[in-house]
Design a protein around this ligand. Sequence first.
Ligand code: FAD
Length: 521
Amino acid sequence: VRVSVVCCLKLLLLLALGGVTMHVPDEGVLAPLGPLRLDGHLSFHDLATAARDFGNRCSLLPAAVLHPGSVADVAAAVRRVFQLGERSPLTVAARGHGHSLLGQSQAAGGIVVRMESLGGSAMMRVVQSGGAGVPAYVDAPGGALWINVLHETLKHGLAPKSWTDYLHLTVGGTLSNAGVSGQAFRQGPQVSNVNQLEIVTGRGDVVTCSPEENSDLFYGALGGLGQFGIITRARIALEPAPKMVRWIRVLYSDFASFTEDQEALISAEETFDYIEGFVIINRTGILNNWRTSFKPQDPVQASHFQSDGKVLYCLEMTKNFDPDEADIMEQEVGVLLSRLRYIQSTLFHTDVTYLEFLDRVHSSELKLRAQGLWEVPHPWLNLLIPRSTIHRFAREVFGKILKDSNNGPILLYPVNRSKWDNRTSVVIPEEEIFYLVGFLSSAPSASGHGSVEHAVSLNDKIVDFCDKAGVGMKQYLAPYTTQQQWKAHFGARWETFERRKHMYDPLAILAPGQRIFPKAS
Ligand code: FAD
């Protein structure tokens, strides 16, 4: 298909937008691109969709959306923008599933590449283990949703090892951040479970990279916030897929016992397969429960545990098992639980398939969508807090800065640094054990306690406390807006990050929504 970029853009924009006021790109901006030979196509009717994300707090209208029909399309578009040189203001943003929080997958007046066009399962290839030393893997397109990667690999009795809590995110999107969930303490984050990437750099070159080949680009792109290239394919390590999962929750009223038990569990040889936790403050309301498809076998007892003004801590664990060996699992779980100091009457469990467990957040998504509560603003704050300061942090934040957790869950669980490859671009605290603390707020109302302003002011207080108290915190999915903030975030790693940018995307074309390197024009 030969596509010429046309000049009726403004009219199309107005039609697409209805009454919404947004930045309207200059209609001439795409003209210098000239004709592009594509297997897919450029579109102009879906600009408003490409200007939206899960955070729902930032909307930057692109000039066009590229629906690539091939990797060559992605390369051709980026190469053409590169050839225009630094005087062109055009930028290119890969959009995974648009689950960013503050415009990170948007490109004001630029080109958004809809990576899901390249995400089909026909493009996935599962390779079984070739015996000792040859592990199984799947080659998945960068735009594939993790849920579809799971469906495909399960056909072969296999599954990726490391996950996020929610699977309707893309491979390229989570690998550009880190990809963390309750498996990370033993498997490492998703960026530690990739063997090879195919990347379109900011020069429009298609490069295959791995720890052995073009390793600088490989490690740079993992956690690289889309700054060095667009991931078009990832080779993801697989393991035999567990069949069933015993999913357990227990409650604590004492933070020290809760975290000591979490730390003991993530450090033990014999332990659970997944370990997370969350904080419950004066709990009411559906938004607090949105990640929950957990249906314990004793729901009556479970319902007694409203937190009633107190702060409670919930430890969540799973053990994988084969139904034929359920008794062995029961014994192992019994031994592990006997070492924990939770409130004895608060042991809840349920058995579900591996797929049901991994896809647990999706069922909550459907419930929230039905009530119009999914597409509300999400002023999330995700922090990585070193072990040595987590108690000081908890004392100040839970119950003092935060008086309730009604507008979304608060995750809190430890991971270990040694499972994170420090050659990637991901920035984490220096200590061996650090905590992921996620304040996953929704803001369903325009004013008051459910508003964006309220949530943001609490987030600001938390961040301010961390800065003043020297907590040693790093932000995950950081929403920084100036290069100065990013330099402080990267610290000693900034030099490497900047060098890689000059090397792989010298004109700062890619992922402008991260606001790290402004494009010179
Ligand atoms: P997008 O938001 O579309 O893109 C994210 C960034 O990566 C953008 O800068 C974009 O330009 C860039 N990008 C996208 N695709 C590519 C590509 N192929 N190549 C290069 N750059 C690319 N994260 C966790 O670690 N653990 C969790 O448990 C977790 N749970 C979540 C639950 C929900 C409900 C949501 C909304 C998010 C969650 N996240 C979690 C965060 C998630 O990792 C990020 O939202 C991430 O951005 C993935 O979303 P996406 O695939 O939609 O990518």
